[in-house]
Design a protein around this ligand. Sequence first.
Ligand code: ADP
Length: 795
Amino acid sequence: MPEALETHSASVLADPQSRPSQGDEDTQRVNEAIGRLVGRLLDDVPTDPRATVPLADLLRTMAVEGTHVVPDTECVISVVPASRPDIFQVIAASGPWAERLIGEEWPLHEGMLHGRAMLHHVAVETANAPDESAAPEVFGSHIRIGRLVPMSTGTPLPDGRVGMGVVGFWRPETRPFTDTERAIMDRFTRLISIMVIGDDARESTQHLVDRLRLTGEATRELSASLDPADVVQAIVERIAEIVDVDRITVTKFWPDSIEAIAGYDRSRPPARIGARWELTPELRSAIDSGESAFEGFSDVSGMPADMQEQLSDVRRRVMLPLRAAGRVLGVLAVSRRTDQAFGQLDLDNLEQIALSAALALQNASLFAETKEAQQKALHALLSVSDHLDSNASEADLYARFAGTVAELVGARRVTLWRLSTDHTLLMPAAAAHGVTARDFAQLQAVPCNPEGTSLRDRVVFGDAVFHGRAADLGMSLESNDLSGSTAGTVAVAWRAGTVRLGVLAAHDPIKPDGFSDEDTWTLQLAAFAAGLVWQIKDSEERIRTLGDAEAQRLIEHIERTRSMEKMRSDFLKLASHELRGPIGVVRGYFSMMQDKSLDAEALEHAMPVIERKLNEMNALVNEMLETARLEEGLTRLERQPQSLREIVAAATSAIQPQLSSAHQLDVRLPGESVLVNVDAGRIETVVRNLLDNAIKFSPDGGVIGCHTTAAQDFARITVIDHGLGIPPEQMHRLFTRFSRLVTPENSHISGTGLGLYLSRELARLHGGDITATSTPGGGSTFVLTLPIWSGEPVD
Ligand code: ADP
């Protein structure tokens, strides 16, 4: 882009009141062309802000508009598809020659004009397209002149593509482009970039949503099959469907070795399940470093020979540690036999899958533990299983369980006692069998001690079996009729594995000779089953919270990419909301002029209105373009040592027309001149933005302070108002893009929500900053700091 032009478009917020110079006139023409374009675009924007316009439709409109904003051109919009980064494809075009290209694709390389524009991120211009392109046949007999402007995102594309696309302007005659036309093309392309970025974001969001779905399915598969191997194998096959790879191996970690637990291979035998080899120091240190993915390693050398052989022709390899709950459980290794590198999008996808796989592994081992316990206690379970309805509440479950136990051992009553977490109390559990509500309420917690030697302690902590009177255990059941019986109670420990849960006790045997040995044994099995019930409930709970935490991370990731998509729709909403008004006014006058219903006198009155509306549109379009430029890192400051007094004076005089009679402006300047090395136009804009807001958000008037001070290395401009203020919970959004903080008090005040964002970014580019404090209902104070210039003073 020619230097002179960058300067023009840099002075974007040129004071509309100053007399236009030649440069300003050009800028004005560029701005008006873009303003008109945005106006026409709005016809396509649905009035319902929730509706979105399909990108293809917008780009079609844009291609047509491209031929209007730069007269006598044909316009071609091409993009690089995320799925095929090595080509570009024409997706929209306008003009008799250009339209024939829609849908065509070409390889992306230096030989192509498009390739040059994208690979070097510069606009490419040609006066003889067929001679300069590797595909001369495309241009036919009369297309020679062209300018190709690359779309840009500012930041590199996450999936490793070199560019998003190019907007091409072609002229079927030999008249060269003017500088003004070039500036229009460049800005036009930036508008298109904003739209395309949004769509890219949507696509990447879609990938993530698919990943989340995968997590859901993995969990479901898991509950259908309790075998970890099945689940992991299912995940591996899903990966093969989603990411283009030749081989996948999932390995599990043992303290000093790795074991293959699932595998897939497109053309050779997959990893042998159960094969083990040593964990190399190299792999161990890569995992310890905490990376989420790293390239393949030489652990291949330690593998069994058959697996080494299967990997011999692999060209690309990525390993992802499977981490769950802070532990590395294994590694997911994916390989390609082609030389196609894993791009960022592949890595993102694989990371999400690794999360699911780790979750599945973790879940699977929890289930496996439970399953093992289950088998051991099959017998006990069988007798109580009818009642183990997992949907029942815990109290309900134990009540039914106690009933079953009572039947099995022939007891009139059964009680379940729960050990407190600090192991000092045995408390009646929420349910019992055969105990009236009144009696149950009278049951008291009993103290106990893990170190103790009492009978009770030996039952709770040492698996002793108790035969005797409940009173001897400290259980207050004596008050009832049958407590006199000597062998009235049998009690056993209730535990799950090594976890001590409490005591299960049967009281008041039905049989005259009391509880038999067999009853005791049954009671022990029942206690074991009760332990199992507890364990299943507990592991379900653990799986649920674990699943929630991982799902939360995925959701956060999705939110981040969605915010890019939101940027596009915010842009359109803003454009439709803020531009519809002024465009409507100007259009109204325009049609009156056309049908001559506006006489000379009325026209005289209309002109200032039209001018004001055009200026409003210009300012908005400029703010949007300045935002786009900032984000692309294209902002170039025209810095020069300047007197801060002059900048403040220019800003305060520019905002005079906004002041109502209720407002008083209190400007305080330092006695001595303070020099700052800044882009004066931009800093003036920043100060004006702060003053504009102070006035706008003080609808009842009051003093607006603008105080300039200098201390040490920094100068400060403090803008103080006593207006509406900002709610504390919204302060953190103040300087973000599109941050209109709407409250009932300020909802009628118009704005773009770009001013403060731009102002702070500009202040920071100058080595300064903006901070804000505010009291709702009391007013706000914004402080702009700028480094003082310490070099030679200038005249
Ligand atoms: P705009 O004023 O165009 O909406 P800004 O980025 O300048 O955009 O400001 C963002 C939001 O911050 C405003 O919409 C408003 O809610 C709030 N705000 C900014 N300055 C003030 C102020 N002086 N007093 C109260 N609210 C303010």
